[in-house]
Design a protein around this ligand. Structure first.
Ligand code: DLL
Length: 437
């Protein structure tokens, strides 16, 4: 497997050496941020810390956290650590309260980013012979440009499709001979459905897909792999820390390697902020070690996750993270019970027999001071053509399975095929009208 490593000296570096590099870079990054970013300087001053108090990784937990709110408060460029003349690109993503968050990259940042994505492409066996169809959105979203630069870095041919126009996507994939597809898992699923409907799977040359930007389950991975006839790999990232490529699966597909020469990852208790012991489930916190334009120190992602510290069979030494289980802030609390949309998805995908499709929507509301909880699921064309009794039977099965998985009852409704709005980017799975009241 060792030929499938882009930066062998770094990706397979002994952990002690890696930690030494992290320590040195942390000290330098804290100093640079203190000198150039007012918000960080004020926070350090508030707790009586100076850059000279930070000697290495052992001092990490003394540093104050950074939050998504900071990006809004210092909108648009207030957290940049270099003059705008050094910023080569900005990206932005939607904030939870309307105002976008803006991030910036220097020339070196763009190169490091491309490299992170290129490491993944190499790890899954991609070479310059590959033709990479980038169907993540291009624009302020980091997906399109991130994948594009990574593919160019390894010398592959890029098809910069962006998202949308599904029939043209499929035609292009076939005509241009795409071998690797990059998009959100929900869009991959939709493309797979359309490919099935058109009966053109055997015309595809695809062998792998790189999917991320939203949570997806192992069951969904299996469906995508079957529909497209590929191996499906997971990639994680967030605009505030980099974009796609903060962590990536290797060909072992047992967790995503966090590129620790560029990032420090911690798992903390989301309520107390306390760093949790190895192997605990908690909130991911990232520190960027090499980013110049927009460095983040102890950034609270709100993603709930678990790290894997055992060595990976691929030989890479960089720590792995499991699939994020959800977000501490989009976790639904329904009638006092914590519910992650991914749990519901898992139940639905386990309904065998092709009676339902993986398209669903969770609708949470409130009536007479009690939470209402509905799950609309699209049935397959075959079930749609069947009698009412069969439909009711499946509804009952899903209701029972959801109750046993979540501990609360949901009103399950099987809706007509293709009636739930399709997404070309991240799927809108949850409608929570309680927040609007
Ligand atoms: O979604 C960056 C990205 C683009 C990652 C393309 C992968 C592929 P944001 O729009 O800022 O950035 O959203 C970041 O999306 O905090 C997670 O909650 C979620 N997320 C991203 N990747 C995954 C993944 C991009 N593989 C937020 N699994 C993050 C689960 C993911 N959730």
């Amino acid at each position: 497997m060792t030929d499938k490593v882009l930066d062998k000296d770094i990706e397979m570096m002994p952990r002690e050496e890696l930690k030494k590099i992290q320590s040195e870079r942390l000290v330098a990054q804290v100093r640079r941020s203190y000198e150039n970013v007012e918000c960080f300087r004020n926070r350090m001053d508030e707790v009586g810390l100076k850059p000279s108090d930070i000697h290495g990784l052992e001092d990490l937990s003394k540093l104050p956290f950074a939050y998504k709110k900071d990006l809004r408060d210092f909108y648009p460029y207030g957290l940049f650590a270099v003059p705008m003349s050094e910023v080569k690109r900005v990206h932005a993503s939607s904030g939870t309260t309307g105002k976008r968050i803006v991030v910036g990259y220097t020339e070196n940042d763009l190169d490091m980013w491309a490299n992170c994505f290129a490491r993944m492409l190499t790890a899954i066996g991609a070479t310059k012979e590959d033709i990479v169809q980038v169907s993540f959105g291009y624009g302020l979203f980091t997906g399109g440009f991130g994948a594009h630069a990574g593919a160019e870095k390894i010398g592959a041919t890029v098809i910069p499709m962006s998202s949308g126009n599904t029939s043209l996507q499929i035609q292009t994939m076939i005509d241009f001979g795409a071998t690797i597809l990059c998009c959100t898992p929900s869009y991959a699923m939709y493309l797979g459905e359309e490919i099935e409907r058109l009966g053109v799977k055997d015309q595809l040359k695809l062998k792998a897909g790189i999917f991320g930007a939203e949570p997806w389950t192992e069951e969904m991975r299996a469906e995508i792999e079957a529909k497209l006839g590929i191996k499906a790999y997971d990639i994680y990232g967030l605009s505030e820390v980099l974009g796609p490529g903060v962590s990536c699966e290797c060909e072992c597909q047992k967790g995503m390697h966090v590129w620790e020469d560029n990032f420090i990852v911690e798992i903390i208790d989301p309520d107390t902020g306390e760093v949790l012991p190895e192997g605990s489930v908690g909130e991911l916190v990232f520190t960027s070690l090499t980013k110049e334009a927009f460095p983040v120190i102890r950034y609270r992602t709100r993603d709930i996750c678990q790290l894997i510290t055992e060595p990976c069979e691929c030989g890479r030494t960089h720590i792995r993270m499991k699939k994020p289980q959800g977000r501490s802030d989009d976790m639904l609390i329904i009638r006092g019970v914590n519910v992650f949309p991914s749990q519901i998805e898992e139940v639905l995908l386990k309904i065998a027999g092709g009676d339902i499709t993986p398209n669903y929507q969770i609708i949470v509301g409130r009536e007479n001071n009690t939470d209402t909880f509905e799950v609309n699921v699209e049935m397959s064309e075959a079930l749609f053509a069947d009698d009412v009794k069969s439909i009711e039977k499946i509804e009952k099965t899903i209701t029972a399975n959801l109750r046993s998985a979540l501990g609360i009852g949901a009103k399950v409704r099987l809706v007509n095929p293709k009636s739930i709005e399709r997404s070309e980017g991240k799927a809108k799975r949850v409608i929570d009208t309680r927040k609007l009241v």
